[in-house]
Write a protein that binds this ligand. Structure first.
Ligand code: NDP
Length: 277
């Protein structure tokens, strides 16, 4: 019998995870069944318990349940602990183990797929929510020269910068800043880890921030040329990108964790990529 996996979220109809994991299973010859679960708001644990009772072996977790998933697990990886959020569960008997592959997927997309190194670079990270928190350790492992964290609620950016500083290696400086104080700085890479683009909102970001940027990366995917990417283009960022590669790479990490085989992601990325124009 096929082993069972699923993605849980609310809403969930939009999720590309079944397409991705079906393609990974086909490519690797793994026999799995993968479904979508609409988790009831306030009812995450019950929905996961029911899935386990039906033989469920693993779950991808999407909004709004990443924090519920964190509290559900008995075992947490370092990246899940630092993010305070779980985007992948492995269900093994009585034990639920939690991982957060969002950051590792993001870095893999940038360094491996886009071939833009982070080592020695100046990075601007916009946002201090789950995705930004998940990116911290994977960013720091690459030893950037500078990581500046900016968030609408500045206290959260300061708290995150303090946590990140304690994990930074010698040679990496971590700072918190406000949107209004970025004018004079130059950044090699700018990441939009806010959810502003999901509702078509522009950030209070001056285009001059991008004047030396090799890459402007929008973590949201399938939204075309978002306000953030338009600002980056106006500021002459060399390359614009959305988060479809990150999505595929975090899924590949999950698949490898569950099945012991890491699938190639190129076909899935080509399948799901929506033109930015
Ligand atoms: P969270 O809800 O955890 O965090 C949202 C962040 O966006 C907060 O820092 C919030 O600031 C900020 N924000 C929201 N609206 C605005 C606004 N109008 N102006 C400025 N800042 C704003 O979301 P996630 O971290 O889970 O997701 C962030 C983005 O990353 C989303 O676009 C999501 O789709 C994308 N993502 C992509 C993935 C992929 O695989 N490609 C995986 C995970 C996420 P404040 O603290 O002030 O409220």
């Amino acid at each position: 019998m096929s082993e069972r996996y699923a993605v849980i979220g609310n809403p969930i109809d939009f999720s590309k995870s079944p397409v991705i994991h079906d393609e990974f299973a086909r490519a690797t010859g793994e026999d799995i069944e993968y479904i979508r679960i609409l988790g009831p708001l306030g009812g995450f644990a019950g929905a996961v318990d029911a899935f386990r009772a039906r033989g469920g072996r693993g779950l991808n977790v999407t909004a709004p349940f990443k924090i519920d998933a964190f509290h559900y697990c008995q075992v947490l990886s370092p990246s899940a602990q630092l993010a305070g959020a779980v985007n992948c569960l492995k269900l093994d008997g009585e034990v639920a183990a939690g991982e957060n592959f969002d950051g590792v997927g993001l870095v893999r997309d940038v360094v491996h797929n886009l071939r833009v190194p982070l080592a020695g670079r100046r990075i601007l990270l916009l946002g201090a929510g789950g995705a930004a928190r998940g990116a911290l350790l994977p960013f720091l492992r690459e030893k950037p020269e500078l990581l500046v964290i900016v968030n609408r609620t500045q206290d959260k950016a300061r708290a995150l910068a303090a946590v990140a500083s304690s994990h930074a290696q010698p040679g990496t400086t971590v700072e918190a800043a406000g949107y209004g104080t970025l004018g004079g700085e130059r950044f090699d890479l700018v990441f939009n880890a806010t959810s502003a683009s999901l509702v078509g909102q522009a950030l209070p970001l001056d285009a001059s921030v991008f004047r030396d940027s090799q890459l402007a990366y929008e973590l949201a995917y399938g939204k075309g040329l978002t306000p953030f990417l338009r600002t980056a283009r106006a500021g002459a960022a060399v390359r614009l990108c959305d988060g479809v590669g990150m999505l595929a790479e975090q899924a590949a990490e999950a698949f490898a964790w569950w099945r012991g085989k890491r699938p190639d992601t190129q076909r899935v990325i080509e399948l799901l990529r929506v033109p930015l124009e």
